[in-house]
Unconditional design. Structure first.
Length: 233
């Protein structure tokens, strides 16, 4: 299943509008989906294990902490809605996994040209948006290379190294191509399933749209051919 990451180059060529659409739909899934949210969260976790992205498990401490805090009234003999607490915990878990899927599958910096349309209003937003993925990728390296420095100095060095002002982003949105329109229509069609009885199907298929491309299948074919040739050699 390692071939799933091979379409990264094609995902980086996504039109900013499609990146924004994918971001909004993925973040809305935990709130729109009413049934099978636990199963979907499990599917997300299996996906992360498959592509060997284990960092998401660190963030799962948040729903666990929430659950423990909500259970505290039991120590005083109070009654609580256990089912409701667990449902919210699962929803928080699904929101975390959906968010991490966005960071894994697309580059949010690609949305930069969208923010140039309203430069005064969205300059700060675009700046933060351009920084977040870089900060997440660089923090472990900065922490190791400057482990003898204080936390404030580490954060300052990381910010200075990755400060990408929105002015550095291409100023114009490139024209929509037929491929961009086709991708957008597919994303909209699948997102519309979230409002039907097939919501679970749409939520599962949504991330796969960005992975199952022609280039991904060609790369997968080459990958498995190399694996077979290595075994026979």
């Amino acid at each position: 299943m390692q071939w799933l990451i091979f379409s990264k180059t094609e995902r980086e060529r996504l039109h900013p509008l499609n990146v924004a659409l994918f971001l909004m739909v993925m973040l809305s899934v935990p709130f729109v989906l009413q049934d099978h949210i636990g199963m979907l969260a499990l599917v997300h976790l299996i996906f992360f294990i498959t592509i060997r992205q284990f960092e998401v498990f660190r963030y799962l401490m948040l729903p666990l902490l929430y659950t423990l805090m909500m259970m505290v009234p039991l120590l005083y003999g109070a009654s609580i809605d256990v089912i409701g607490i667990l449902a919210v915990s699962v929803q928080i878990t699904l929101f975390i996994t959906s968010s991490q899927l966005v960071f894994t599958l697309v580059r949010l910096e690609q949305m930069g040209p969208l923010f140039r349309m309203l430069p005064r209003l969205t300059r700060l937003t675009g700046l933060v948006l351009a920084l977040i993925p870089s900060l997440l990728r660089t923090w472990p390296e900065v922490k190791m290379s400057h482990r003898h420095h204080s936390l404030s100095e580490q954060l300052e060095r990381m910010a200075m190294y990755h400060l990408l002002p929105i002015d550095a982003v291409p100023s114009r949105l490139r024209k929509l191509t037929l491929r961009d329109i086709r991708t957008g229509v597919i994303l909209l069609s699948v997102s519309s399933l979230l409002l039907t009885s097939y919501a679970y199907v749409g939520a599962v298929v949504l991330p796969m749209i960005l992975l199952c491309s022609k280039g991904a299948f060609l790369d997968a074919n080459d990958y498995f051919k190399r694996q077979q040739s290595d075994r026979t050699a």
